[in-house]
Design a protein around this ligand. Structure first.
Ligand code: FAD
Length: 410
């Protein structure tokens, strides 16, 4: 078996990253009858939680940290070790070295699941002024929430999903919110112009000052080093006591350097989520760049549902009980902004056609095609309708078959 020893040899499993992918892998191992020890490590102290609430219910104050915590049944028999950061993988000895404050510990394994985070892209400054945030964890969210209460003017740098969700939360709290985005239309690259323009109109209608085609040039600070404003690339100056830098994420794979794993926008895996260059090591979730047979190309997906599905597949892979054709996925994503729900299924990357399937009032469903084949569908306030296209996306249906004849958009 390529990159894997016989399944029976996988006695002791180590999972690095105790979030969705890591927990799904652990559940998958038990479901597949793995009785050996499972140890699951995480750098964060607090234990697993529903990360999507970091920019939604937790930030708005609707939820407290304990209500977003993720629990699992005792019969999973996991050993969870929190506050421990993996620093090195010695694949020859099958040992992960991890640090907890000043204490260095070694964790041995027969099978290893890599399920570490894609961390928030850091603010590109040597010294980050107070009042400037990135958002990825419960701790980030609570820190930002505490400052949000007192802030009047807030600037989001980046109109991706996280920037737009936070803009909506802040606007609903009555704050003056500006979002700056280098692309002319938010989300255009991912979801096309019509969809992005619709989202932008909703935000502007709710009082958000959304500015396309402009980015952050530098930050203004006071004598104490606290942010007071943002200078934009067009020379405009915006006053702000709170800034969110929401410019995407970077896979946290430092601990895999020199391990033999190929690091190339995450950790490089084959179609079956086996990490290339290593034996008995699989990867899942935001960190895994795998060959998706559905699209015939390598991709790395930062979506909640994908992390769960891929974690389950990776567990089966470790035990040799996987579908040998690989992990075929039409990734599903949702985002909540101003009470509306955006959803998408499939991958829009490289799409050459956008078709509006339905558009009535605030509801919109859009199909994306490559060379006449449906590759993804996205919707706004479309209830379960987006999911109805799952089969069509998975089968690469003819784009014309989902397109109403009278509404064709180039
Ligand atoms: P993560 O959830 O990122 O967890 C990885 C874990 O690895 C972390 O707990 C981290 O502490 C740990 N770790 C990292 N490095 C180390 C190390 N060296 N040693 C030990 N532990 C380590 N997706 C959606 O589909 N819909 C949404 O609405 C949505 N909203 C989101 C909002 C925010 C603010 C964020 C940040 C993400 C959102 N996502 C959303 C994405 C979704 O949360 C992720 O895709 C999902 O959490 C990925 O799960 P994961 O297990 O791969 O990684």
């Amino acid at each position: 078996m390529d990159g894997m020893t016989e399944a029976t040899a996988v006695r002791e499993v180590l999972v690095v990253g105790a979030s969705q992918a890591g927990l799904a892998a652990s559940r998958g191992l038990r479901r597949q009858g793995h009785h050996g020890p499972i140890t699951i490590l995480d750098a964060e102290e607090c234990g697993p939680y529903r990360r999507p609430e970091v920019s939604k219910g937790l930030l708005s104050g609707k939820f407290a940290p304990d209500t977003v915590a993720v629990t699992w049944p005792d019969d999973l028999e996991l050993t969870l070790v929190t506050g421990v950061t993996a620093e090195r993988l010695d694949a020859g000895r099958r040992v992960v070295t991890a640090r907890q404050d000043d204490i260095v510990r070694e964790f041995a394994y027969d099978g290893l699941v890599v399920a570490t985070v894609a961390a928030a892209r850091p603010v590109p400054l040597d010294v980050v002024p107070s009042g400037v945030h990135t958002l990825r964890t419960v701790a980030d969210s609570l820190r930002m929430r505490a400052e949000l209460e007192a802030a009047e003017a807030i600037v989001m740098v980046g109109a991706g999903f996280i920037g737009l969700e936070v803009a909506a939360v802040a606007a609903e709290l009555g704050k003056r919110v500006t979002v700056v985005e280098p692309a002319p239309v938010p989300l255009e690259r991912v979801l096309g112009r019509a969809f992005g323009a619709h989202i932008a109109a909703v935000h502007r209608g709710r009082g958000v000052d959304l500015r396309g085609g402009v980015g952050m040039a530098r930050l203004d600070t006071d004598a104490e080093g606290a942010v007071t404003g943002v200078e934009l690339t067009d020379g405009t100056r915006l006053a702000a006591s709170l800034v969110l830098f929401a410019a995407g994420s970077v896979p946290a794979v430092d601990w895999l350097e020199d391990s033999g794993a190929t690091l190339d926008n995450g950790v490089r895996c084959d179609a079956t989520c086996a990490v290339e260059g290593l034996t008995d090591v699989v990867a899942a979730g935001d960190v895994a760049g795998w060959w998706n047979p559905l699209y015939g190309r390598r991709m790395r997906v930062e979506h909640w549902t994908n992390a769960i599905e891929q974690g389950g597949y990776a567990a089966r892979r470790l035990l040799g009980r996987h579908d040998p054709a690989g992990f075929s996925s039409a990734p599903y994503f949702w985002s909540d902004q101003f009470g509306m729900r955006l959803q998408s299924i499939g991958s829009t990357t490289g799409h050459d056609a956008v078709e509006i399937i339905e558009h009535e009032g605030d509801t919109m469903i859009v199909g994306y095609g490559i060379e006449g084949r449906l590759v993804a569908v996205a919707g706004i306030d479309a209830g379960k309708a987006v999911n109805r296209y799952r089969k069509a996306v998975l089968s690469g249906a003819d784009l014309a078959s989902v397109r109403p004849a009278d509404r064709v958009v180039a």
